[in-house]
Structures are given as C-alpha cells and as structure tokens.
Design a protein around this ligand. Structure first.
Ligand code: PGA
Length: 249
C-alpha cells in the first residue's frame, strides 16, 4: 500500500504567533492514528517555532521552496541544509506560483529536486496545466513535459524518495476543483509516465492532488485509486477544515 499524505501549504500566511496557535490546534485535534501522514508547510520565518512545537509529534514539517545551491553568495535564498538542521523533512518544489511569479522552469525544479534528495529531504514536486492549456486539449502533453523535465536523470532510487503533486493551475485558490474523474485521469497518466522510468517505483510513489481541496470534496478525490493524498492551500489555514480533510484520508 502506498503512503498517504495530507500536506498543508500555508503560502505567505502565518506570523510566528499565528503559526503557534494553528499548530497547537492541529496537535490537539489529531492523533496521528489514521492512515495518512500529515505535513504542514509554513513560511520560512515560522519554521523554527513550528519545528519546536512539532518535535516528536505525528505531524511532519515542510518548507515551500529552497535553493538548488548548497551554500554561498545567494542573497535571500535558503539551502536544503539550513532547512534540515531546523527539523524540516519535506520541501514543496516547482509550485505553479513559483513557476508563474519567479519564472521557475522544469530544469530548475530538477536541480532543486536533486539538491533536496542529496540532503535527505523529501521533495514534493508540483506539476499542472493552466486553464488555457486544458481548454486547448494540451493537458497530457504539458504534464508529460513537466514530468520528463523535472524527473530528468532520475531512476528507481530517486523516485522512491519523491512525492509528486498534481495541481491544475485553474483549480488553485479559485474554488474550482478538478472532478475526481478528471484528477484520476491525470494521476493515472503521471504514474504511467513514471512507470517508464521504473515500474515498481512508480507504484510506490505518492501522487497528491492540489487545487481547492476542501472538507466537502476531499473524500471524493481521495477515494480515487491513483490519488494518494492532497496538497491543501487555503483550507489548511483553518484547523477544523484541515482536520476534516485529514480525517477523510
Ligand atoms: P488551494 O491551494 O488549496 O488554496 O487551491 C493549493 C496549492 O496551491 O497548493
């Protein structure tokens, strides 16, 4: 059976105080005894307090991005090692907002993924098509290019340590979710692409869905055979809603 993961992407939200309050609520409301691993990804400035509160708990900690470089003169950047020493275990890479606002390419996401793996972090690599690409019937080719580009040079060993998130850009923060069938279709094709690299590893790799996941649509999405969890934005900022999504898994 594949690992199930529910990850909260807080984006640029959460002061240190807000992080403390939200994490305390999550720790009280969840037991960790379900089938899904829970991960929260607060902004860099809240990682330290989050790490302190989550230490030894059933909730894992992730960052939202990192540099492809190991160290040195890269003003404003954060390396894998800096994250690791804080207690961070996961890192979201290639989120569509990074691609859109910071011009990140598949090639760069590939380098970042390599750096994350080399340091022992679990990368959550994001792919997804825009509305225009979907409407023009290009979903499959866009996803293929993103998977081939971000996974370039990887074999079974790498795939076994990677998590993929399928996040259709048109569903992020819009309240428009892919239907369970639409999402399943893309998840299945992602797994088939990965199977070309290594069939056994492709069956083990968790593929998360992201894009307006809420308490009321989580169950339908998560019941699909190739949907192994969720990357949750807005709804992960409300403890009660996020807990309902965790419970749905
Ligand atoms: P959303 O964001 O749940 O607010 O749509 C998901 C994401 O961007 O990871």
């Amino acid at each position: 059976m594949r690992r199930k993961i529910i990850a909260g992407n807080w984006k640029m939200n959460g002061t240190v105080g807000e992080t403390e309050a939200l994490i305390k609520q999550l720790l009280t409301a969840t037991t960790g005894s379900g089938h899904a691993e829970t991960v929260v990804c607060p902004p860099f400035t809240s990682l330290m307090i989050a790490a302190k509160l989550l230490k030894g708990s059933h909730i894992g900690l992730g960052a939202q991005d990192m540099s492809q470089h190991a160290k040195g003169a890269f003003t404003g950047e954060i390396s894998a090692e800096l994250l690791l020493t804080l207690g961070v275990r996961f890192v979201i890479l290639g989120h569509s907002e990074r691609r859109q606002y910071h011009f990140e390419t598949d090639g760069l996401v590939n380098l970042k993924t390599r750096a994350a793996l080399a340091a022992g972090l679990t990368p959550i690599v994001c792919v997804g098509e825009t509305l225009e690409q979907r409407e023009n019937g290009h979903t499959e080719s866009v996803i293929r290019e993103q998977i081939q580009g971000t996974m370039s040079g990887f074999g079974a060993d790498e795939l076994r340590r990677i998590v993929i998130a399928y996040e259709p850009v048109w569903a992020i923060g819009t309240g428009r979710t892919a239907t369970p069938d639409q999402a399943q279709e893309v998840h299945r094709s992602i797994r088939q692409l990965l199977a070309r690299i290594d069939d056994a590893a492709s069956r083990e790799l968790p593929i998360l869905y992201g894009g307006s996941v809420k308490a009321d649509n989580a169950r339908g999405l998560l019941s699909q055979p190739d949907i192994d969890g969720a990357l949750v934005g807005g709804a992960s900022l409300k403890a009660d809603e996020f807990v309902q999504i965790i419970n749905a898994a």
